[in-house]
Design a protein around this ligand. Structure first.
Ligand code: DGL
Length: 279
């Protein structure tokens, strides 16, 4: 049973692990007035190589948890969860759980702005195997820009390297170059590359180093933040239920000490996390 909430509540931000912090940072920069609860399912990350059923079940558990904290709006700050679970949750689960609450993802806000960056419609997409194999970007692009082509490249080792704090190692440099070379081999026409995993901005410097300089690199943080700002403006019935004390709470399914240490590195800010259990 969902907790009855009469007062205002934080906006929930969910990711499999640390990657959603790149989205949270930009959201807080754009909308500092609201309260947020960040939930990282670090104990079960990465999601990117898991089946549809598992990603859907884990994501639904996280959304239910955030709803139980009172959240009226939850952002899936994770492409894998957005690709594999968002539609099912919106269409099949929300009507039963609470038709007034909302769950939003990161794919639509990214695809919407593509016409402002690409000149020729050849878009490279770097993502987890789950995101690439789901073809969710291809489907979303086909709705808005049917003349564009998505060239998808799965990067299965990047999230494990980031989650294990190996960002500055030689091995990470090797695997960043390897997947970028595989992407570029798909088409010489690519003029824009989407970092289609919220963990990847943490590899931005390496990705930038290995991509030709004429290619635009799209990080999702500011796109999702601007889209959320617009959403709250267009949906006052949701906005009015969002608490406005500028606070942020961090939850993780892993050890809170480990999360706190690593998240602090990623956020360049000292935070304290609390350990919770899902499922
Ligand atoms: N940040 C998630 C995404 O955007 C990472 C997925 C994973 O856990 O593999 O896809």
């Amino acid at each position: 049973m969902l907790q009855e909430i009469n007062s205002k509540a934080p906006i929930g931000i969910f990711d499999s692990g640390y990657g959603g912090l790149t989205i949270l940072s930009e959201i807080r920069r754009t909308l500092p007035q609201y309260d947020y609860i960040y939930l990282g399912d670090n104990a079960r990350a990465p999601y990117g190589t898991r089946s549809f059923e598992i990603v859907y079940r884990f994501t639904l558990e996280a959304v239910q948890y955030l709803f139980n904290q009172g959240c009226q709006l939850v952002i899936l700050a994770c492409n894998t969860a957005s690709a594999k679970a968002l539609r099912s949750i919106q269409q099949n689960d929300l009507p039963h759980i609470d038709p007034n609450r909302r769950v939003l993802g990161v794919i639509r806000p990214t695809v919407e702005i593509l016409d402002t960056v690409t000149h020729n419609g050849h878009i490279g997409l770097l993502g987890t195997p789950g995101t690439i194999n789901s073809e969710s970007y291809t489907a979303e692009v086909a709705k808005l820009y049917p003349q564009y082509t998505i060239h998808g490249q799965a990067c299965p080792l990047w999230v494990p390297l980031i989650e294990n704090n190996e960002i500055n190692s030689e091995g990470t440099d090797f695997f960043v170059k390897k997947y970028i070379d595989q992407l570029l081999a798909q088409s010489p026409l690519i003029d824009t590359v989407i970092l289609g995993c919220t963990h990847y901005p943490l590899l931005y410097n390496l990705i930038h180093k290995h991509l030709p300089s004429h290619i635009n690199i799209l990080s999702q943080g500011n796109l999702v933040a601007n889209s959320l700002k617009d959403y709250l403006y267009r949906h006052p019935e949701i906005e009015q239920k969002c608490a406005r004390n500028g606070r942020c709470t961090f939850l993780t399914t892993e050890s809170s000490k480990k999360f706190t240490e690593t998240a602090t590195l990623f956020l360049q800010d000292t935070i304290t996390a609390q350990q919770i259990e899902l499922g």
